[in-house]
Design a protein around this ligand. Structure first.
Ligand code: FES
Length: 124
């Protein structure tokens, strides 16, 4: 059984790890082309901003006109330094809390939602 102190320490460590990951640059990009908006990208964007604000996470959120896969909109792309750039497809607002929790907080890619991935450049 963990004491309250243990839990506090674990929480602080997790926050520190997240802070380090975010400090190295996290960008979340939402496709806002016509088809993205038609598929509900505005609501997805709002859900992402709400989730980040609610968890006090400081990540850069950007929009692009078109990511290029109409059928998989809304598309959300997460890029972190030294991590693969991962694009998730058909991201509805209800999926956002899990996305933030697993990808940003725990650093675990949600494989079943992935539509594309670019590995980080290998340093030579
Ligand atoms: S117009 Fe649909 S992905 Fe660009």
């Amino acid at each position: 059984m963990k004491t309250l102190e243990d839990l506090k320490r674990i929480r602080e460590e997790a926050q520190q790890t997240l802070k380090i990951r975010l400090d190295t640059g996290t960008t979340i990009t939402v496709g806002m082309g016509t088809c993205g908006i038609a598929a509900g990208a505005r609501d997805t964007m709002r859900a992402i901003l709400d989730e980040l604000a609610g968890r006090d996470i400081d990540a850069h959120v950007a929009t692009v006109g078109c990511i290029g896969m109409c059928a998989r909109e809304p598309l959300v792309d997460i890029q972190q330094a030294n991590q693969p750039r991962v694009t998730y497809g058909n991201v509805l607002p209800a999926m956002v809390p899990r996305l933030i929790e697993e990808h940003l907080i725990r650093g675990a890619v949600i494989e079943e939602w992935v539509v594309g991935r670019i590995e980080p450049a290998v340093q030579g």
